[in-house]
Design a protein around this ligand. Structure first.
Ligand code: 8Y7
Length: 263
């Protein structure tokens, strides 16, 4: 199975803002359509930053940012994933045509999200994060990070199944950079093949993350494409079902070449 591409579409005010709600949404929709044309299999729309210490976004604000974009892309026939920790955003996005849920809290942040996901019929990405975006870096302590991340995800898979979400809908994710130091991220990347043992497909999100400058020297996020491609190819090598990336055209080219060699 070829590794599929999830294109990242952040709709936070720093991303597409020219001051107007409607024009912001139109610009974000255009960016999503461009990513689709460049080879993204799905577009991941997110309206809340998960950066450590980023201010929480109220429900109404997150809905106003994301739903017009989900609706616009869905209207153009583009498959959309909604990146949110809020059940209310999940529900509205599903109603607007989203076909995947991506929750960095693995359906733990909102007590309603397990039920919303159970009532839907779409794939759900369960990412590993210790604690919350506010507490995760203080929790970046592990005896055996690979074993602990796998155990956490196995427990979340069991909880989802118990809540009525079929295992066949679940996708696991090591959560690169979420409550992890460089050595933890490296151990997870080296051990990625072990994620097959969870019995569900897995997604790798490492695009432009800070492990790249940590390994290769200072580079702002906009200058991390080479490292991001190396990480996407590591995902392909390990059999990742999905890679979540900013640079869709470049990743699609790298994956096509890699896949032709390994066909
Ligand atoms: C991931 C993610 C982010 C990831 C999944 C960033 C929303 C930080 N990272 N979702 N989200 N996996 N599933 O740098 O690794 O993109 S936000």
């Amino acid at each position: 199975m070829p590794t599929r591409i999830m294109g990242i579409l952040n709709v936070t005010p720093d991303s597409f803002s020219d001051g107007g709600r409607h024009s912001d949404a139109e610009a974000a929709i255009a960016a999503g359509l461009a990513m689709r044309a460049a080879g993204a299999d799905i577009i991941d729309v997110g309206g809340e930053s998960t950066r450590p210490g980023a201010p929480p976004v109220p429900l109404e604000e997150e809905l106003a940012r994301t739903i017009p974009v989900v609706e616009g892309l869905a209207r153009h026939g583009v498959p959309v994933s909604i990146d949110t920790m809020k059940a209310g955003v999940m529900k509205a996005a599903l109603d607007a045509g989203a076909v995947m849920l991506n929750d960095v809290s693995a359906l733990t942040a909102d007590p309603e999200s397990l039920a919303v996901a159970a009532a839907a019929d779409v794939p759900v990405v369960l990412m590993h994060m210790p604690g919350t975006p506010q507490t995760m870096q203080a929790l970046a302590r592990y005896e055996d990070v690979l074993a602990e991340v796998l155990a956490h995800l196995a427990a979340r898979i069991a909880a989802c199944e118990a809540a009525g979400i079929a295992r066949a809908r679940l996708i696991a994710d090591p959560g690169i950079g979420f409550g992890k130091g460089l050595e933890h991220n490296l151990a997870l990347l080296r051990g990625l093949e072990a994620f097959h043992g969870l019995g569900v497909p897995f997604l790798l999100g490492a695009s432009r993350k800070s492990l790249i400058p940590a390994l290769a020297g200072p580079a702002p996020a906009s200058d991390r494409l080479p490292g991001s491609l190396a990480l996407a190819l590591r995902g392909a090598e390990a059999g990742a079902a999905w890679v979540r990336v900013h640079d869709v055209a470049e990743t699609a080219q790298a994956l096509k070449v890699w896949q032709a060699i390994h066909a």
